[in-house]
Design a protein around this ligand. Sequence first.
Ligand code: ADP
Ligand code: MG
Length: 243
Amino acid sequence: SSATKSSAVAHRVTAKGNNVPEAVDSFEAMDGIPSRIMANLKTSGYKEPTSVQASCVPILLQGRDLAAISPTGTGKTLAYLLPIFSKLVAPAASQSVDAGVGVRAVVVVPTRELAHQIHNECLKLAQGRKWKIVLFSKATANSLSQKGARDKVDIIISTPLRLVAALQEGIIELNNVRHLVLDEADRMLDSEFMSQIEEIVASCTRADVQKMLFSATLPAGAEKIAMAMLQDPVRIVVGLKDT
Ligand code: ADP
Ligand code: MG
């Protein structure tokens, strides 16, 4: 029972879902990006959103679950990092309103190398404030374990195996996670990573956790699993429509 509509914004974008927010083709016109984050976009040389960003950022800023399929190199990383930073507003450690303890956002990717790249993108948006962004590794897991799982961590970027190991060792908890991203989802769903992904999703226990999947492709098997994982999702396809 979902409505289909095609965006007219100069790109071939197909959006599917209930009450899909409109694409917005400038960062300035996007509702809810704090001025510091906006300034960091400019400093990083990001002048205009790519098509996946124009369509996905407004959806994510409204807190919706999302599955987005867009070719490699189209800027999927910023499409989810920009709304996450915007929704978190400021580092948890600096907020007067109690942001709670523990991890507030998690990005799961299939490889260490990708985790590194995403961490670098995070640092661009984080400029000027003391965001606690953790590229998860054995070393960072050990340092978290010494301080206990009660630290205020804004964003963790991890591979599925590393994150599940930390969960099983009791080094971290995900019960304060508000945003969960599965990037390159096609390589993790319907694959040998599936049981780890299930454990990670189940560990994010907040009822209002926003789940999002990004991928260059999403084969039927993975898509079915993805859609079952999301609540009232929007599905965005950029470029060639998958068949
Ligand atoms: P994908 O995950 O879709 O493969 P990436 O997120 O890795 O794409 O982005 C690809 C490249 O495009 C990166 O070098 C990134 O810095 C750049 N990029 C992303 N968004 C923009 C933008 N709005 N304007 C200019 N460059 C951008
Ligand atoms: Mg990517």
